[in-house]
Design a protein around this ligand. Sequence first.
Ligand code: 13P
Ligand code: ZN
Length: 270
Amino acid sequence: MKNILTAPFVTETGKTAANMYRMGFDERNSGNISIILDENEVGEYLDLSGVIRGIPLDFDAKALGGKILIVTASGSYFKNIADAPEENLGIVRISPDGKTAELLWGLKGGGRLTSEFPAHIMSHAARLSADNENRVVLHCHPTNILAMTFVHELDERKFTHTLWQMCTESIMIFPDGIGLLPWMVCGTNEIGIATAEKMKEFRLVIWAMHGIYGSGKTLDEAFGLIETAEKAAQVYMLTAHLPRVNTITDEQLRSLAESLKLDYREDFFA
Ligand code: 13P
Ligand code: ZN
């Protein structure tokens, strides 16, 4: 059996968490990460019949029955995950009936799964229905996205359009737009259901006055989406109060999207 601390899915999760911390996206314990893992790969590091404890779930996770995920612990400080992965991460298998998360490794010292586990599992199910290669769901609190939700109309069409206008690369990276939810109580099944509903359509979902969810095939893809949206929001927050002398016009955005043959939300120009 190989040493789990050297497994790429453990080391990369730690590196991404450290990066997100350094970017200012994840102060203290804010944010959470989950990744669906390949069973054969996990089997090189762990005895898959060795369940440490069963964690009861109070929502239906059957859509992910049998799947193994690595996930951050509730309260885990993102700056510490790489140095203490066994305390700050857990590897769980969802039971076939979707009622239990079987702990295979981690959450050492009685740790709990992230409070946003319902939103993660429901989002995975929704993204898999749109793209069967999706593996990653990330949640964090990027400063400028958050700030922008205080001063910009909370309409996902207008919000996406503004972000597209802020950086030339925005429409290239998220031509499918960004879903937007109003402020809701976090850590609940309700916010999980609402997030997953948006995730059927979008890879990025903003929680107004809280943060953002990103998804993708890889950690890089999900993180790259969030970084790009955050950069555009930063440009907005740096310029929104100043006279606008220049802008990227809709015609320019459209011609960029057409020339790159992007599958973009044309209705978001309306
Ligand atoms: P957890 O520490 O439970 O993952 O919660 C952090 C968070 O961002 C809640 O939305
Ligand atoms: Zn949060």
